[in-house]
Design a protein around this ligand. Sequence first.
Ligand SMILES: Cc1ncc(COP(=O)(O)O)c(C=O)c1O
Length: 358
Amino acid sequence: MHKKLFIPGPTEVREEVLKAQSQWMIGHRSKEFGELYHRCVSKTAEALKTKNHVMWFTSSGTGTMEGAIRNCVATDGKVLHTVNGAFSDRWFKISKSCGRQAARVDAEWGKAIKPELIDAELAKGGYTAVTITQNETSTGVRQPIEDIGRMMKEKYPDVLVLVDAVSALMGDWFEIDELGLDVVVASSQKAVALPPGLAVAVVSQRALDKCRTVPDRGYYFDYDAMLKRYDKDHQTPTTPAISLLWALDAELDHILKETMPGRYRRHLEMAEFTRAWAKQHFALFPEPGYESVTLTTVANTRDVSVKDLNAGLAGKGMQISNGYGDLKEKTFRIAHMGDLALDDMKQVTSAIVELLGL
Ligand SMILES: Cc1ncc(COP(=O)(O)O)c(C=O)c1O
């Protein structure tokens, strides 16, 4: 039975997109492939209103997080990681495992990273880059990326800003170019509403210039190599997931038709509905004012068994997410990302009310 997914990735994929994936294979060195990839790149830039370089990799989001570090932080450079959950912690570990000098500032899980926290650490000097997990999926916290971007521009214009928007891009909205965000990465299986397997990096010119000075930037995620190949014939250096790019091409048409402001409004409407429901029956886990637009993390104040609840929902053809790591059973997460609509949120929340007898 098809279970409608209210988990923070993979999300529901529209049937039209599933069909688009099943077209006949083409060679990745053909003119037709170059046209397909070029359409995906151009339409992504148009949707995100960015003049930065758009690169779609055959990878999950974690690959592009690693890529951002490899390209933008030389082994004699230093990166500051802001950490307030499992995914921001993962990025710190990635930098370490790539042999980079990495420091971290932490905020309590559930609290947001504020510009002052970053400022206090960067003021010590010596940093090449800072990482921000714009939407921390383990806690449902949205970082104030607008305030952080503005602070960085004003006080640390030479420090590159690397942003994980894996579970938010194409759902939530922020101005990449205006905020001066140097690398923004995201996965296909979240708010882009595709199957897993593609990840995007939106790369500023200065991040690209920086990457060209980093000798040990690795091979697979090399921005310079990606761009050189793109400029030559709109192709990719290695064999891409062609089926997923067909799907992306179709979904981007849908996104452009809806428009990003429209898409953002729909996400916000679902978020506001789900938050109000959560407050009525439970409580919200994130710090007030910093709740994610693409998922709601509910504090399990009634001590219900989330495992049993999900089993009940499965019987009704739906699935939500338990809390992440230590937050398992203490919280649960309801995603409202991608192509879900308000009616879907009404359906899942009514089903929870019915199952729990609220
Ligand atoms: C905020 C965030 N960053 C990174 C990742 C890792 O992405 P992927 O599973 O596509 O590698 C996730 C996955 O859930 C995420 O939510």
